[in-house]
Design a protein around this ligand. Structure first.
Ligand SMILES: Nc1nc2c(c(=O)[nH]1)N[C@H]1C(S)=C(S)[C@@H](COP(=O)(O)O)O[C@H]1N2
Ligand SMILES: [Mo]
Length: 517
C-alpha cells in the first residue's frame, strides 16, 4: 500500500482527507458566478441602466490606451462589446477561483479579493455620469453573494469530514441549493426587468384622449435661470419608497373603491377612459422640500375627478378619510373633504399630455391640489378605502409625519443663485411662490435688510399652481443679501420662523447672497 494514494494522517493517526485545491477553486468559481449573476439580476429587476460588470468593462475600455481600443475594435468589430464584457467576467472568475484555491493556507485571501473587486465595481458604478442607486445595490448584492456562497460551499469541504461520507452529501446538497437558487433568482430578475420593458412599450403605444395643455400667456416670465412654468416630465422631481417602480400593464390595472361606501366599485383602465376626463394645471409639492428646495413641480394633469367615483360609490357620512394604497404597498391617508369639495382631485392618467411616466405612477395616480404628496399623490394607485383617520395609519404618518398635510405657503428665489458674481447694473431677482388651494396674492423682496418691495407676478390659471415672480433692483458693487416672502389669498404672510420639514413641512424665508462687481 503506497502512502501517496492514501489521505494524509494526522498525529493521532485518524484519516483526514484534505480537500484538493481544485475543488476549492471550483467553489470559488461558482461563488464568483453566483455573485455576477445576482448582481446582473438586481440590475435587471431594478431596471438600472448599468450592471456592475458593464460599469467595470466600460472603465477598462476608458483606461485602455486609445490605439489599443481602436485596433481591438478594428479586429473584433461589433463583437467588441461582448468580448470586453466576457473578458471582464473571465478575469473576475479566474481571480476568485485562484483566491479560493488558497483558502487552506490564506483563509482571508478570498474575502479580501471579494472586497477589492467589490470596491472596483463600486467605483466604476459611482463614477458613471449618471449613477443609479440600483447599480450600487447590485454591487452590494454581488459582494454579499460571493462571501456567502463561498462559505456555504466550502463549509463541508473544509470541515473534518465524518467518515460515513455525509460530508460529501452535505456538499452536494448545498451545491444543488446554490445552483438552483441562483438560477431561479436570475430568472426572476430577468422576468421583472422584462415586465418593466413590456410596460414601457405598452405605454408608448397608448393614445389617450388628452390635450397637452397650453400655459396661459404671461405665466412664464421667460427669465434666464428661472425654470419653465410648466415642469417637463423629464425634470419633474421624483419621490417614492419603492426601489423599482411597479410595472403595471393598463390591461391588468384595477382600482377598487370600498370601505365605508354603499356600493363597492371596481374600475378597469378602460372604464376610467370611458369617462369624461378633466384636465388641470396643478403644482405638486413634497413635504420634505426644504426652504429654497426643488421638490416642487407644475404639470398639466388629465384624469377623472375622484369625487365623481366617490359619489357613485355612496360615501358613509361618518367617513372622514380615504386610505390610498399603491401596487407596491405604500399607503397614505387623505382627508375626504379634499377629494369631494370640488377642487381638481384627479385620478390622473396623463401628465403634460403624455401617459403618466412609469416613475410618476403609470398607469394611474392621484393628484390633489393643496396637499403635500405624502398624504395625497399616490402613484401606481390600486385601492381606495373610504374610512376614518382613527381607524388606520399610513406609511409616513406611522413614521412621525403629520396626518393631514396641507401645503404651506412658500416662495423661493431662483435668480441670482447663491454665491453668484454679477456684472454691475440692474439685477433681476426672480423665483416662484406657491399656496395651492389658496392662491398667492403677492410676493415681496427685501434687499440687504431694507424695505419690502412688491415683485411683479406672472399670470396663473388658478390658485392651484405656483406663480413666477420677478423684481428689478439697482445694486451697488459689493456683497448683497436678498430675501423673499409670499402672502396668500387668506392674507397670511409667510413667517420668518424656520421650522424643519418634519412633521408637516418647512417654514421660513428663502434668502440668497451674491456679489455685484
Ligand atoms: N406609491 C407611492 N406613491 C407616492 C409616494 C411613494 O413613496 N409611493 N411618495 C409620495 C410623495 S412623498 C410625493 S412628494 C409624491 C411625488 O410624486 P412624483 O414622484 O411624481 O413627483 O408622490 C407620492 N406618491
Ligand atoms: Mo413627498
Amino acid at each position: 500500500m503506497s502512502t501517496d494514494q492514501q489521505a494524509p494522517e494526522d498525529l493521532v493517526g485518524e484519516v483526514r482527507r484534505v480537500a484538493p485545491r481544485w475543488l476549492l477553486a471550483c467553489c470559488g468559481l461558482l461563488a464568483a458566478l453566483a455573485g455576477v449573476a445576482l448582481s446582473q439580476a438586481t440590475t435587471w429587476a431594478l431596471r438600472a441602466d448599468l450592471s456592475p460588470v458593464e460599469a467595470v468593462a466600460a472603465r477598462v475600455r476608458d483606461l485602455t490606451p486609445g490605439p489599443v481600443v481602436e485596433t481591438a475594435l478594428g479586429v473584433l468589430g461589433t463583437a467588441g462589446k461582448p468580448v470586453l464584457l466576457g473578458g471582464t467576467v473571465l478575469v473576475v472568475l479566474a481571480l476568485c477561483a485562484y483566491a479560493a484555491s488558497l483558502l487552506r493556507r490564506l483563509p482571508l485571501a478570498a474575502d479580501l479579493l471579494f472586497l477589492a473587486l467589490g470596491a472596483v465595481g463600486f467605483l466604476a458604478v459611482v463614477t458613471d455620469p449618471s449613477p443609479a442607486a440600483g447599480s450600487v445595490l447590485a454591487v452590494l448584492v454581488g459582494l454579499v453573494t460571493w462571501v456567502v456562497v463561498l462559505r456555504v460551499l466550502t463549509g463541508p469541504v473544509l470541515d473534518d469530514p465524518p467518515a460515513d461520507g455525509s460530508g460529501r452529501r452535505r456538499f452536494l446538497v448545498r451545491l444543488g441549493v446554490v445552483v438552483g437558487g441562483v438560477a431561479a433568482l436570475t430568472l426572476a430578475g430577468r422576468v421583472a426587468g422584462g415586465a418593466r420593458r413590456g410596460v414601457e412599450s405598452a405605454r408608448r403605444l397608448l393614445r389617450l384622449p388628452v390635450s397637452g395643455g397650453d400655459a396661459p400667456g404671461g405665466a412664464d416670465l421667460g427669465i434666464e435661470g428661472l425654470g419653465p412654468w410648466r415642469t417637463p416630465n423629464s425634470d419633474f422631481y421624483l419621490i417614492h419608497t419603492a426601489l423599482a417602480a411597479p410595472a403595471i400593464r393598463p390591461v391588468e390595472w384595477q382600482l377598487r373603491i370600498h370601505g365605508r361606501v354603499q356600493r363597492e366599485l371596481t374600475l378597469s383602465y378602460a372604464d376610467l377612459l370611458d369617462r369624461k376626463l378633466t384636465e388641470a394645471w396643478v403644482t405638486l409639492t413634497c413635504v420634505s422640500n426644504e426652504v429654497g428646495g426643488d421638490l416642487v413641480g407644475n404639470a398639466w394633469w388629465s384624469g377623472v375627478p375622484v369625487r365623481e367615483l366617490l359619489a357613485e360609490a355612496g360615501v358613509d357620512p361618518e367617513a372622514d378619510a380615504v386610505l390610498q394604497t399603491s401596487a407596491d404597498g405604500w399607503t397614505c391617508g387623505t382627508p375626504l373633504t379634499a377629494l369631494t369639495d370640488g377642487r381638481d382631485a384627479l385620478l390622473a392618467v396623463a401628465m403634460n399630455g403624455r401617459p403618466l411616466p412609469v416613475d410618476h405612477g403609470f398607469p394611474v395616480r392621484m393628484v390633489v391640489p393643496g396637499l403635500y404628496g405624502y398624504v395625497s399623490a399616490t402613484k401606481w394607485l390600486v385601492d381606495l378605502e373610504v374610512s376614518r383617520f382613527e381607524d388606520f395609519s399610513a406609511y409616513w404618518t406611522e413614521r412621525g409625519w403629520g396626518e393631514r398635510g396641507p401645503v404651506k405657503t412658500q416662495s423661493r428665489i431662483d435668480v441670482p443663485r447663491s454665491g453668484a458674481n454679477l456684472a454691475a447694473g440692474p439685477v433681476t431677482v426672480a423665483g416662484v411662490a406657491w399656496a395651492q388651494g389658496t392662491g398667492v396674492r403677492g410676493v415681496e423682496v427685501q434687499v440687504d435688510g431694507g424695505p419690502w418691495r412688491p415683485a411683479v407676478l406672472g399670470v396663473v390659471p388658478s390658485v392651484d399652481t405656483w406663480v413666477q415672480w420677478s423684481l428689478r433692483v439697482d445694486l451697488e458693487p459689493g456683497e448683497h443679501r436678498v430675501v423673499c416672502r409670499a402672502t396668500d389669498a387668506t392674507d397670511y404672510t409667510q413667517t420668518p420662523t424656520r421650522t424643519d420639514v418634519i412633521p408637516d413641512g418647512a417654514t421660513g424665508w428663502h434668502e440668497v447672497s451674491f456679489n455685484v462687481d
